[in-house]
Design a protein around this ligand. Structure first.
Ligand code: ATP
Ligand code: MG
Ligand code: MG
Length: 380
């Protein structure tokens, strides 16, 4: 009996555990809060990721360890990897935790990125603004997620407000200024790399964000296949450079037919949730296969899929459950503003059928604003 340890006990760990059950896997999750939602399906070690005794207990009970949470301290991941196999490797995790390190790697590999500069002082910010210009975005280098730890600088006059908001973080987690990209689309490539270096990727996905949080994803993205090949090539280069094992997502901006890399998530990704029902092998199952050294499953999909995120509270499930291609995921979390509490995936054989089903569900739930951009893309 193999036990997979997962650092972080959120919905990603929960979906990993659910997808690993048919493989006969056992799971142990570690989280710093006792009510983490993966705990409903797997035993838990509750403790701080820096607490050596909690980590030691975790290590003693697992055969292999992986992450649901990318901000596990790099030293803790390293400590663990001296005792038990850890995938992805702690070096890859460390790179992806730091926006400056990951953007530097993108650039080294010839992957286009928006202009960026490391910011340590207020003078650095002024110098970077003079170079990069506005609009631009000041971001924390570490620990940001769902658009948190970011300040949009629309004109040079916003520099004071940006520094008031984030300046104190400069000495703690570091800051980076990025040029704002006037993109037409946001895309992501979710990919998996096996222990033997085999690389596979799911069809390119288009994503819509609201207030920095993913709202909807559509797969396959309605782009020409040449663009998808470029995205695969970038992902393949990154996987090789980091000697990555497992699933990762590369977030991309598409501007005037060119792809610019935004960030890399060293884990299964929200924009890949549709793979549970929409593809032959889900990102969760393939992540487990990769970290266990098992053959990777086919990433092909049949038809189209749209994922809708439920933020704050769960809507009524019935309109989605009435749809022939409707699938429901309630993470079992308490409602809270801005919190990802669940998602749904709608699958259909063609664009017209998917657009019609999305419009029906959006109407029934009073969530027209969430489905409209996806419907427009499908009908466009
Ligand atoms: P995630 O939850 O995806 O990890 P995050 O907090 O790490 O989010 P980003 O992905 O950097 O943040 O930014 C969130 C969103 O803000 C992006 O998906 C995009 O919509 C917008 N955004 C971020 N950086 C830029 C940029 N340089 N130009 C234009 N839009 C941007
Ligand atoms: Mg991120
Ligand atoms: Mg992001």
């Amino acid at each position: 009996m193999t036990t997979v340890g997962i650092l972080g006990g959120g919905q990603l760990a929960r979906m990993l555990a659910l997808s690993g059950a048919p493989l006969g896997l056992r799971f142990l999750v570690m989280d710093n809060v006792a009510d983490a939602c993966a705990g409903q399906f797997a035993p838990m070690v509750v403790g701080d990721y820096r607490d050596e005794s909690a980590l030691a207990e975790f290590a003693s009970r697992v055969d292999v360890a992986t992450f649901d949470f990318e901000n596990v301290p790099a030293e803790s991941a390293q400590w663990l990897s001296d005792r038990v196999p850890v995938f992805p490797n702690p070096g890859a995790l460390a790179t992806a935790q730091d926006r400056l390190a990951e953007k530097t790697l993108f650039r080294e590999l010839g992957i286009p990125v928006p202009p960026f500069a490391a910011i340590e002082t207020r003078a650095d910010l002024d110098a970077a603004l003079a170079q990069i210009g506005t609009p631009s975005i000041l971001k924390t280098r570490r620990l940001g997620y769902d658009g948190k730890g970011q300040f949009r600088i629309k004109t040079p006059a916003d520099a004071d407000a940006a520094w008031d908001a984030l300046g104190a973080q400069a000495s703690k987690v570091g800051l980076i200024l990025e040029g704002f990209v006037h993109f037409q689309r946001e895309l992501s490539v979710v990919a998996v790399r096996g222990r033997d270096g085999e690389f596979r990727a799911w069809p390119l996905t288009e994503n819509w964000h609201v207030d920095g949080v993913l709202s909807a994803s559509l797969a396959p993205a309605r782009v020409d296949s040449a663009l998808q090949e470029i995205a695969y090539d970038y992902a393949r280069r990154l996987g090789e450079a980091m000697d990555y094992v497992g699933v990762f997502a590369l977030e991309l901006f598409c501007r005037d037919g060119e792809l610019l890399a935004n960030e890399l998530a060293p884990r299964v990704h929200n924009s890949g949730h549709w793979t549970i029902e929409g593809s032959e092998t889900s990102q969760f199952q393939n992540h487990l296969r990769a970290v266990l050294g098992l053959p990777l499953g086919d990433t092909r999909m049949v038809g189209l899929a749209c994922m809708l995120n439920w933020i704050g509270e769960m809507p009524d499930a019935l309109p989605m459950l009435r749809e022939p291609g409707g699938h429901w995921h309630d993470y079992g979390k308490l409602p809270r503003d801005g919190r990802k509490v669940g998602h749904a995936t709608l699958r259909a054989d063609n664009a017209d059928a998917l657009a019609a089903a999305l419009a029906r569900v959006g109407e029934a739930l009073g969530r027209q604003a969430q489905v409209t951009p996806v419907v427009a893309r499908l009908r466009g």
